[in-house]
Design a protein around this ligand. Structure first.
Ligand code: COA
Ligand code: AMP
Length: 632
C-alpha cells in the first residue's frame, strides 16, 4: 500500500475510512452513525456504539487465546524488582480492583484521580476504572500539591488512588504528604483515598477517609465490565495551556479504542504478540496511550519501566531492557537519548548488549535535533522516526507510517500527516502558506477519532483555545512549515507553552507563582534553549521599588516556591532580577523578544515596542548571568 493513496482515502470519504477502521475492534453494538455533530457543532465519532475499553484490552485477548501471553513486564531498577503478568493475571487483578472501586461506590461516569508512581498497580487502577465506565484522571507524580488540588477541584473525583511513594534514582518521594496537602487546599473532597504501601516508605492513614489498597483488595469481589457508549469519557488528562489553569483533555471510549488499534497497526507497524516499549510515565499522554491502552488493545506485551535512562544504574539501562525482553519497538523522548549520549557518547554501554530485536525507534514530545538523530542512526542502524502529536490528539498526527510505507527520513521533519488528519500551515489571514514558509499548524475539522471531543466541563474554553482562531480548523499551538515534498517541519510553540525534557509546561503557571512573592512587582517566564532538556524555564523579575532584597536569596526563594507549588518537574533553576521588562505601548510583555535574545537568535524589533533600549538591558543582563547565548 502506498502512503499517498491511504492518505487520500482517509480524507476523500472519511466516514467510509473510519467505518472500516472501526471493524478492527470488538463492539457490543456497532455504531449507528460514524460521524455526527452535536448541538454545539463539535464533531463526534461512532454514535450509538457500545463497548468497554478494559474488555478490549484484556478479556477479548483471553477469549482469543492470548491469556497466557505476557501483557505487562514491570522492570524497576530503582527498587530492584522485575515482574511479568499474563493477560489472564492482569485481567484478574483489574477485575478485583474494579470490585474495590465498586465497593467504594464508584459507578459509570464517576471520576477517580490516580496520583501514583510507575508500578503495575497504576495500570491496574486505570483499567479498573475503564472496566466500570468510571473516568480516571492520572496526575503525574512530579507535580506538587497545589497542581494536584487544582485537578481535584476540576475533576471532582469520588475516589483518589495513591501510593506511599516513588523513587527518583536514590531520592525517595513520599506521596502521602503531597496528597494530604492537596486535599487540605482543595474545595472538593473525595469520599475515599486508597493507598498502596510500598516497601521503602510507609504512610499513615487517616481514619474514615484513607484505606489500605491490599486490605480492600483482600475483601473485594471481582467486578465485570460495564458496556459504555462510544461517546462516554474514558479519561481526563490535564495538560498545560496558556493560563495558570491546566486544560482537562477529555478522551472518549469509542474513538480512542479505534485510534489506538489504528496507530499500532499503521503508524508503528507492530503486530499482536510483539514487545512494545514506551519509556515514558503513565502521568503523560504517551504513558496513557502507549504504555497502557494501545499495546494492550493490540495484544502486545508492554513494558512499565520505573527508572531513568541514566543513573539507574547507568547509561546502558535502555539497551539492557531491549536485550532482556527482546523489545521490537522503543518509543521515548529525544531528551532521554541526549542524557545517554552525554554520559556515553562512544556508545560503550550499547556494545555490551544485544539490541538486534529492535526494529525501529520512535521519538516524540519535542523535536528530535539532528545531532541526536544522527548519533542514534549510527549506533542502532534501525529507522529513527521522529513523530509529532499532542495530549489533545492522543496519538500521532504527523509520522512516517511504518505499517503502510516507510518514506525516506528527512532529519528535522516528523514526516507527513497521519491519514485522517488534514494538516495545513496557515498564515495570519488563514491562507495556506507557500512551501517552506512558516505559519501556524492547523488541522481542518473534523479531527480523526480519538482526538479530544472537548475540555472537561468547559466547552467554551475548548472553542476559544482551539477552534476560534481559524474558522473550521483546530489550532495546534505549534508553528511549522511544509517543504516541496509535503514533509512537515515543526518549529516550536507559538504560545506560552514550553517543553522541558519532553514535559509540557505553562510559563503562565510559573509566572503566577513568582508574582505571588511579596517582593515581586512583575515578572516574565520564558523557555530558553538547553542542551539536555530542550528548553528550561528562566524567570525575569522586577522587584517592588520600596523593597530591598538580596538577589541570591530571592532567587533561592523563588526556586523553592516553584518547586513547592508547581513541582520539581518544572526544572525551574534560574530567576534574574531586571530593572524593567520590555513591553508594547499597550503594556503587553514581549516574551518572544526576550526569548530570542536569550537564545542568541536574530529577530525583527517589534514596531510596537515602547522602549527598545530595554532589550539591550535584558541582553546585557542575560550575558552577565550566563543565561542564554551560552546555552544556544
Ligand atoms: N515524581 C517526583 N519527582 C519527579 C518525577 C516523579 N514522577 N519525575 C521527575 N521528578 C523530578 C526529578 O527528580 C527532578 O528533580 P530534581 O530537580 O530534584 O533533580 C525534576 O523532577 C526534573 O525531572 P526531569 O525533567 O525528569 O529531569 P531529570 O534531570 O531527573 O532527568 C531526563 C532528565 C532527560 C533523564 C528525564 O527527563 C527523562 O528521562 N526524560 C525522557 C522521557 C520522558 O519521560 N518523556 C516524557 C514524555 S515522552
Ligand atoms: P504534549 O501534549 O505534552 O504531548 O506536548 C505536545 C507538544 O509537544 C506539541 O504541541 C509540540 O509543541 C511538542 N512536540 C511533541 N512532539 C513533537 C515533535 N516530534 N516535534 C516537535 N515538537 C513536538
Amino acid at each position: 500500500m502506498k502512503y499517498q493513496d491511504f492518505y487520500n482515502d482517509s480524507l476523500s470519504d472519511r466516514e467510509f475510512f473510519w467505518r472500516k477502521q472501526a471493524w478492527s475492534v470488538r463492539w457490543f453494538d456497532f455504531p449507528d452513525k460514524i460521524l455526527t455533530q452535536n448541538a454545539q457543532g463539535f464533531y463526534r465519532w461512532y454514535e450509538g456504539g457500545k463497548l468497554n475499553t478494559s474488555y478490549l484490552a484484556l478479556d477479548y485477548h483471553i477469549e482469543n487465546g492470548r491469556g497466557e501471553q505476557t501483557a505487562i513486564i514491570y522492570d524497576s531498577p530503582v527498587t530492584d524488582t522485575k515482574l511479568k503478568l499474563t493477560y489472564s493475571e492482569l485481567r484478574d487483578k483489574v477485575a478485583k480492583f474494579a470490585g474495590v472501586l465498586k465497593g467504594l461506590g464508584v459507578e459509570k461516569g464517576d471520576r477517580v484521580i490516580i496520583y501514583m508512581p510507575m508500578i503495575p498497580e497504576t495500570a491496574v487502577a486505570m483499567l479498573a476504572c475503564a472496566r466500570l465506565g468510571a473516568v480516571h484522571s492520572v496526575v503525574f507524580g512530579g507535580f506538587a500539591a497545589h497542581e494536584l488540588a487544582i485537578r481535584i477541584d476540576d475533576a471532582t473525583p469520588k475516589v483518589l488512588l495513591t501510593a506511599s511513594g516513588g523513587k527518583e534514582i536514590e531520592r525517595i518521594v513520599p506521596y502521602k504528604p503531597i496528597v494530604d496537602a492537596a486535599l487540605e487546599e482543595a474545595r472538593h473532597q473525595p469520599d475515599a483515598c486508597v493507598l498502596f504501601q510500598r516497601d521503602f516508605v510507609t504512610s499513615d492513614l487517616k481514619e474514615g477517609r484513607d484505606y489500605d489498597w491490599n486490605e480492600l483488595l483482600a475483601k473485594a469481589t471481582p467486578a465485570d465490565y460495564v458496556p459504555v457508549d462510544a461517546h462516554d469519557p474514558l479519561y481526563i488528562l490535564y495538560t498545560s495551556g496558556t493560563t495558570g489553569k491546566p486544560k482537562g483533555i477529555v478522551r472518549d471510549n469509542g474513538g480512542h479504542a479505534v485510534a489506538m488499534k489504528y496507530s499500532m497497526e499503521y503508524v508503528y507497524g507492530v503486530q499482536p504478540g510483539d514487545v512494545y516499549w514506551a519509556a515514558s510515565d503513565v502521568g503523560w499522554v504517551v504513558g496513557h496511550s502507549y504504555i497502557v491502552y494501545a499495546p494492550l488493545i493490540h495484544g502486545c506485551t508492554t513494558i512499565l519501566f520505573e527508572g531513568k535512562p541514566i543513573k539507574t544504574p547507568d547509561a546502558g539501562t535502555f539497551w539492557r531492557i531491549i536485550e532482556d525482553y527482546k523489545v521490537k519497538l522503543l518509543f521515548t523522548a529525544p531528551t532521554a537519548f541526549r542524557a545517554i549520549k552525554k554520559e556515553d557518547s562512544e556508545g560503550i554501554f550499547h556494545k555490551k548488549y544485544d539490541t538486534s530485536s529492535l526494529e525501529s525507534l520512535f521519538l516524540a514530545g519535542e523535536r528530535c535535533d539532528v545531532a541526536t538523530l544522527e548519533w542514534l542512526k549510527g549506533l542502532l542502524g534501525v529507522p529513527i522516526i521522529d513523530h509529532w502529536w499532542q495530549t489533545e490528539s492522543g496519538y500521532p498526527m504527523i509520522s512516517n507510517m511504518m505499517g503502510v510505507e516507510m518514506l525516506p527520513v528527512k532529519p528535522g521533519s516528523a514526516c507527513k500527516a497521519v491519514p485522517g488528519f488534514d494538516i495545513q500551515i496557515l498564515d495570519p489571514e488563514g491562507k495556506n502558506c507557500d512551501t517552506n514558509i512558516e505559519g501556524a499548524v492547523a488541522i481542518k475539522l473534523p479531527l480523526a477519532p480519538g482526538s479530544l471531543p472537548t475540555l472537561w466541563n468547559n466547552d467554551k474554553r475548548f472553542r476559544e483555545s482551539y477552534l476560534s482562531r481559524y474558522e473550521g480548523y483546530y489550532l495546534a499551538g505549534d508553528g511549522g512549515y511544509k517543504d516541496e515534498d509535503g514533509y512537515i517541519f515543526i518549529t516550536g510553540r507559538i504560545d506560552d507553552v514550553i517543553n522541558v525534557a519532553g514535559h509540557r509546561l505553562s510559563t503562565a503557571e510559573i509566572e503566577e507563582v513568582l508574582a505571588s512573592h511579596p517582593a515581586v512587582a512583575e515578572c516574565a517566564v520564558m523557555g530558553i534553549k538547553d542542551d539536555l532538556k530542550g528548553q528550561i524555564p528562566v524567570g525575569l523579575v522586577v522587584v517592588k521599588s520600596n523593597v530591598r532584597v538580596s538577589p541570591p536569596q530571592l532567587e533561592k526563594d523563588l526556586i523553592q516556591m516553584v518547586r513547592d507549588k508547581v513541582g520539581p518537574v518544572a526544572s525551574f533553576k534560574r530567576a534574574v532580577i531586571a530593572a524593567r521588562l520590555p513591553k508594547t505601548r499597550s503594556g503587553k510583555i514581549l516574551r518572544k523578544a526576550m526569548r530570542y535574545i536569550a537564545d542568541g537568535q536574530e529577530f525583527a524589533m517589534p514596531s510596537t515596542i515602547e522602549d527598545p533600549m530595554v532589550l539591550d538591558e535584558i541582553r546585557h543582563l542575560m550575558e552577565k548571568s550566563k543565561i542564554g547565548v551560552a546555552f544556544g
